[in-house]
Design a protein around this ligand. Structure first.
Ligand SMILES: Cc1ncc(COP(=O)(O)O)c(C=O)c1O
Length: 448
């Protein structure tokens, strides 16, 4: 495997780029990508199981996205919707409104990143309800603008030194049935996690002051944790009883990732608002909040206005993205292939004690590695080494939550590509267990 050109770029990067915005895995310099295949600067090829952090559900350089972008660039690149109008903005908004759950009138507010959409949601919820408090979840990642960091509770590093953060944001435990923080098993579960909210409402958070609960329907960066249906039903009913907005944060799980347009649809819950980003425009910067019309009327310009929001080229890419998901039947493909992938990982789990849990929906799959199945202690080094070895063997695999292999390939990936990637993951697991992956790689494969 040649790495000269990649190393040249990585070394130059280390001289000039701030360390604040990179989590290190391995020195991969992207040169080109098509579908689920990436080529690096030295000509090595990889099967991509990361999709640029779930931002490329339609795959790399999908011809229809490229065509839409190229056509638009030739006419005009952007004119700010803050002052003027453009058609792709309205067309995309129409399409978004149609696929967002809820049989009611909705409106769209565009931004540029998942982070700003989270900030926008805080503002919108406060404006609509006249209440200031927002509830989100421990271990959640919602982004890096001030509001999004305030909602997040996944890493001390992202909160250290930069405070004060936004006031009146509270965090409750995410319902994690594999690593229940209350030490319960499914058979004995009495939903201690929802009781935490009830306790909060009894002693220190007046429910009538809470504007919104912002929740990922599958907690992505927390390690792809899927909440139980009974929790979701109870949480939703608590929101409704107390006039609290229920917001589904779909930046990572949206646009077909779970085999439905949005993750929340798996629970049969209709949220008051949905936060969107990442795959919405196949890699072009764009985000959106889609909410009930009456909610959206509550704030006024320029409370959430960015010159580049709703960028014309991004909107064209967004329209193409949605067409591709529909025309290529990607939701069905994702459900079917996802089932196959989960079955294969579950079979691996029977062979390797290292695999503690396999969980996921569609092509949003986490493989949780443990040192001991009983204690469930996270096997962080194993995750780092296996990901590094996969890269050496031609698979882009990362881990999050210290120990969870993140399997989120472009939804256009074929079964053959996916099988090949899983063969390589299994080889890497065997090489790890045989002690063939040196400790040195841990200096590079840090992950988070
Ligand atoms: C669930 C979730 N919300 C928000 C964000 C932030 O999005 P962005 O990086 O586009 O600002 C991310 C990014 O990883 C995410 O996974």
């Amino acid at each position: 495997m040649r790495t000269d050109k990649c190393m040249e770029v990585v070394n130059a990067d280390q001289d000039v780029i701030s360390p604040v915005s990179r989590v290190s895995y391995y020195p991969l310099v992207i040169k080109r990508g098509h579908g689920a295949i990436i080529e690096d600067a030295d000509g090595n090829e990889y099967i991509d199981l990361l999709s640029s952090a779930a931002a490329l559900n339609t795959g790399h350089a999908h011809p229809k996205v490229v065509e839409a972008i190229t056509e638009q660039v030739k006419d005009f690149i952007h004119y700010t919707p803050c002052y003027m109008y453009h058609e792709p903005l309205v067309k995309l908004a129409d399409k978004l409104v149609q696929v967002t759950p809820g049989d009611f009138r909705k409106r769209v507010a565009f931004g540029l990143s998942g982070s700003d959409a989270n900030d926008g949601m805080i503002k919108l919820a406060r404006a609509y309800t006249g209440r200031s408090k927002i509830i989100s979840f421990i271990q959640a990642y919602h982004g890096s603008t001030y509001g999004a960091i305030s909602l997040s509770a996944i890493s001390l590093n992202m909160r250290r030194k930069i405070g004060p953060l936004l006031p009146d944001i509270y965090h409750i435990p995410y319902p994690d049935c594999y690593r229940c923080v209350f030490g319960q098993k499914c058979s004995t579960c009495s939903m201690e996690c929802i009781k935490q909210l009830e306790i909060a409402f009894k002693y220190y958070i007046p429910a009538e002051e809470v504007a919104a609960i912002i929740m990922e329907p599958i907690a992505g960066d927390a390690g792809l944790i899927i909440p139980p249906q009974k929790y979701m039903d109870k949480l939703y009913s608590i929101c409704k009883e107390n006039g609290i907005l229920f917001v589904s944060e779909e930046v990572q799980q949206g646009f077909g990732r779970t085999g439905k347009w949005f993750g929340i649809e798996h629970f049969g819950i209709v949220p008051d608002a949905v936060i969107m980003g990442k795959s919405i425009a196949s890699g072009m910067p764009l985000s959106a909040i889609v909410a009930r019309e009456d909610i959206m009327q509550a704030w006024e310009a320029p409370a959430h206005m960015f010159t580049m929001a709703g960028n014309t080229v991004s909107c064209r890419a967004g329209i193409a993205t949605m067409d591709i998901i529909e025309d290529e039947n990607l939701l069905k493909h994702t459900r079917e292939l996802g089932e196959h992938v989960i079955n294969r990982f579950n079979r691996m789990k029977e062979r390797y004690e290292l695999i503690g849990d396999v969980r996921g929906t569609g092509l949003s799959i986490g493989v949780d590695l443990v040192k001991d199945r009983h204690t469930k202690e996270k096997a962080s080094e194993a995750a780092a080494k296996i990901c590094y070895r996969c890269w050496e063997k031609g698979v882009i695999l990362t881990f999050f939550a210290s120990s969870v292999l993140r399997v989120q390939p472009p939804l256009v990936i074929t079964r053959e590509e996916m099988d090949k990637a899983m063969d390589i993951i299994e080889e890497a697991i065997n090489e790890y267990l045989a002690g063939d992956i040196p400790d040195e790689v841990l200096k590079v494969a840090k992950g988070w």
